[in-house]
Design a protein around this ligand. Structure first.
Ligand SMILES: Nc1nc2c(ncn2[C@@H]2O[C@H](COP(=O)(O)OP(=O)(O)OP(=O)(O)O)[C@@H](O)[C@H]2O)c(=O)[nH]1
Ligand SMILES: [Mg+2]
Length: 440
């Protein structure tokens, strides 16, 4: 469904590549492509308009990371906006203040309602809940069997809706509530019937169940693999039944996640979880930013953007370079450099992404392995503040003490002191500075 979005964004990238900076006119062209892609994917027109307007303001505002090219900046803004539409994750499923909490699962046939019932039951048990499972399907007797089996696998209680009881659905639901309360279950998970398409009979049935049980959560289970139909039916469910949450299933497959955007856009209801497999533990908390990246499907560019977002670390490195120029570079600085290298392989990662990596290859090759970084750090930790500040005072006896303190041989202490000098002169040759300025 969102293949076009990715294609169109590639076009935007190509188009902006030749542009030195973002201007009103080249941005308009880029936005046109994005708008078309979203509209083609059947995203609500108003949502697209708002989306576009927000992107425009941000792109022209220029507060985006300096280290990105105009094309990358636009992609970054689009990604950020997508995650904003997809919503925040800090609204988990709600439990009722007075138990039992009732969660009712609705959706089209085969969307994953029954499976998700099992997943939610397992998740709830992990949260210390005591759930009861029930299936309410006036038409299909086999629905009982499937959920009973799932309850059995999870060793959880299952409430049998007999054909006899179902003959009087109102009484059946009232009895269910009494049973749930009397047995102290604090969560009732209600599986419901599905149909291939939205039909009035189903809507009436679901509305009836909802009115009788007054669930705190009415969760639409949407199959991420089905495109347009899922969007239309989600809208119908939202309007006719009223939804509080969404769970998207089958995101372990090829689904790009575009359905997420469209369903959220048309229902205005947040996604809480995603299903990523058939097993009961294949339920994940929904992360809007990850979904946005998935929709964009531009892994490389997005990871570059993420690296650049570690700008604070770069700023710190720049500060190092400045201190070095002024001959203020100390072992304290060296140590924080080592820690940075260790933390994210920053240099290597960034160099890998740069087209002009050639001149910096030598530096990347000079990367030290992780163990050595740790040893060096231990040695620096054994120095006194005065020694770190002015390594010239580190004479023979001090070297011996540092070696003992760090548990490393004297030869290694000597090596580090040499390396420190090398680094200073290497930086003086401004390789480092040149590299830093290439991020500007
Ligand atoms: N790969 C994958 N398969 C899933 C996921 N969720 C459900 N399924 C599969 O989808 C199929 C349908 O799932 P059900 O849970 O029976 O769907 P339903 O909505 O209850 O279907 P009806 O009761 O017929 O309306 C089953 O084969 C499930 O194993 C998921 O997150 N990933
Ligand atoms: Mg089912």
């Amino acid at each position: 469904m969102f293949d076009q979005l990715s294609d169109r964004l590639q076009k935007v990238m190509k188009f902006l590549r030749g542009e030195g900076k973002i201007t009103e006119s080249n941005l308009n062209e880029a936005l046109k492509q994005i708008r078309l892609a979203l509209l083609e994917a059947d995203v609500n027109y108003k949502v697209v308009k708002d989306f576009e307007a927000r992107i425009k303001v941000k792109a022209l505002d220029q507060t985006v990371l300096d280290s990105l090219t105009p094309a990358q900046q636009v992609i970054k803004i689009v990604r950020d906006e997508l995650s904003e539409i997809l919503g925040t994750t800090d609204k988990p499923l709600t439990f009722a203040s007075a138990p039992p909490s009732i969660f009712m699962l609705v959706g089209l046939q085969g969307s994953g309602k029954t499976t998700t019932c099992g997943k939610l039951a397992k998740w709830a048990v992990g949260k210390g809940k005591n759930p009861l499972l029930v299936s309410f399907d006036l038409k299909r007797a086999a629905a009982q069997d499937q959920l009973r089996t799932i309850a059995g696998q999870l060793r959880l209680p299952f409430y049998e809706m007999t054909a006899q009881a179902m003959a009087k659905p109102k009484t059946a639901l009232a009895d269910l509530l009494v049973f749930t309360r009397n047995h102290g279950y604090d969560l009732l998970l209600v599986d419901t019937a599905g149909r291939l398409h939205v039909d009035d009979e189903l809507m009436d049935e679901l509305k009836f169940v909802k009115d009788a049980l007054a669930p705190i959560e009415t969760i639409y289970i949407g199959d991420a693999m089905t495109g347009q139909d899922a969007v239309k039916s989600a809208k119908a469910f939202a309007e006719k039944i009223g939804l509080t949450s969404l769970i998207l299933t089958k995101l372990d497959g090829d689904a790009r996640g575009g359905a997420a955007l469209s369903i959220v856009a048309v229902t205005n209801v947040p996604v809480k979880f995603i299903g990523v497999g058939e097993k009961f533990d294949k339920l994940e908390v929904f992360h809007p930013d990850r979904m946005a990246s998935r929709i964009l499907g531009m892994g490389d560019i997005l990871s570059l953007i993420e690296k650049a977002e570690q700008e604070t670390d770069l700023k710190e490195a720049e500060e190092m370079a400045r201190r070095l120029r002024k001959q203020e570079f100390t072992f304290d600085d060296f140590r924080s450099q080592l820690r940075q290298l260790k933390k994210m392989g920053l240099l290597e990662g960034l160099l890998g992404h740069l087209p002009q990596a050639g001149p910096f290859k030598k530096l990347a090759g000079a990367q030290m392995d992780e163990k050595r970084l740790l040893h060096f750090e231990a040695i620096i930790n054994s120095m006194t503040a005065a020694e770190r500040d002015d390594p010239k005072i580190i004479n023979g006896s001090r070297r011996l003490r540092i070696a003992r303190g760090s548990g490393r041989p004297v030869s290694e202490v000597n090596q580090l002191l040499r390396q420190f000098q090398d680094m200073k002169s290497m930086m003086k040759k401004s390789v480092f500075q040149k590299m830093m300025s290439s991020f500007k």
